[in-house]
Design a protein around this ligand. Sequence first.
Ligand code: NAD
Length: 500
Amino acid sequence: MTATDTSPDQDTFTSVDPATGEVIATHPRADEAAVRAAVARARTAAAYWGALDFDARRAHLLRWKSRVVADSAEFSALIHRENGKPLDDAYLELLLVVEHIDWAAKHAKKVLGPQRIAPGLLMSNFAARLEHRPLGVVGVIGPWNYPVYTPNGSIAYALAAGNTVVFKPSEYSTSVGNYFAESFVRANPELPQGIFATVNGSGATGAALVAAGVDKIAFTGSTATGKRIMAAAAETLTPVLLECGGKDAVIVAADADLKAAADAVAWGATANSGQTCAGVERVYVDRSVRDEFVAEVTRILSEVKPGSGAGAHYGPMTMPSQIDIVKRHIEAALRSGGTAALGGPESIKGPYIDPVVLVDVDEDSEAVREETFGPTVTIRTVEGVDEAVALANANKYGLGSAVYSRRRGLEIARRLRAGATSVNSVLSFAAIPGLPFGGVGDSGIGRIHGAAGLREFARPHSIAVQRFAIPGMALLSYTRTPSTVALLRRLIPILHGRNK
Ligand code: NAD
């Protein structure tokens, strides 16, 4: 397979079809000067875009949304080609994207519009207002696994909040990233340039964006890169939103609907070749239902096949170097006493990896501790919910999670250390635009999606307007008299002295 050429000293780089290695495009690489120029254009555009009211921005964003829908066949084909995922999965990704653009466009005014705040008794002569201002220019750095959906969780929300965006797509999904930005321009040709633009390249271009004076960096990718970005951003106190890796656990309780749980685990572990940040990587199943559950997951996955044609369930591994990590984890799992209920190292066939089910792997194995990002799953037998919760929580990551239980789903969900939990489904939280998405621990900092996702890209601006002066109550002045404080000494015990 020909890898995407990412050597940083070349002026151009290529993106390739991961199934065939065929070069599909050559892109100019943005150096530091080009990144700074893009940020300068975005800064100029921010003066225009940030001054529009919420209704005007909403109209532009909804036009963009319908442009994405109109172009979805062509866009899906490009995602299929550059990322490798099946056409229908590419279409489903776009469907989620338009749902999120729609939500951000329609909720920005309610979440970020001016609000009156009660001033409190002592300040009752004031009108208090909370308003939100855009940050300015947001730098978005994205991964390749969901090359539109994932960065859009920052892009659509940053735009709806009144910011302009400079987006550095992954070097493995550059054509897709550019198509997305161009669709905004195609939908809104009368707008000034630079409201949503891309800079192309690999890590060095991303690093240049972090150092280019943007007002926030919204990063999605691996935890290792997230840490490097946070350290670099500290130099200029540039705030960061970090959406990083995961090692999501599913708990299958004794009272679970086993058929439904097995179906969801099989799909959640292998869809998109397992290259899903909140995909299923670990399962903790109650001993009483373990054999039946493992047999059902194995039965389903023995019918699931990767490929590039119309009937394939999932595609090739997008990034060649990930194949080595998957292989290492399978071998580590088997070395540490685990058994393969389905597949093994021989499941790796070039860019394609058949599903692999690993049972009762040691919890200290890197196959359980580290993100695998491939179509594999570990299933461990536990002696009940308490052990399942303890093991699920004993991981440095805390992104998504899921619980299968007929009666105790919500109760178990509340005990999980994760940014999100699905009960009796997997990954559903990521498809509900109003629900914030993000993790704890090594999974990152901050939230995309929902009201919290809009607030990430706005600066609260508190305004206190004195409507009239209260004689003798000039608290914030040297004209304050002893009788003012005497009055307060009588008032405060009445207001706050009782424990009610
Ligand atoms: P990656 O960290 O290798 O790269 C992500 C992006 O960062 C790319 O655009 C890359 O060019 C850029 N980059 C690399 N070095 C940089 C640097 N020093 N400064 C600035 N930018 C730099 O990740 P990846 O392989 O593209 O994506 C897979 C990872 O992303 C997995 O760990 C997955 O879990 C995670 N992910 C997380 C979420 C989430 O929402 N939490 C979503 C999707 C993927």
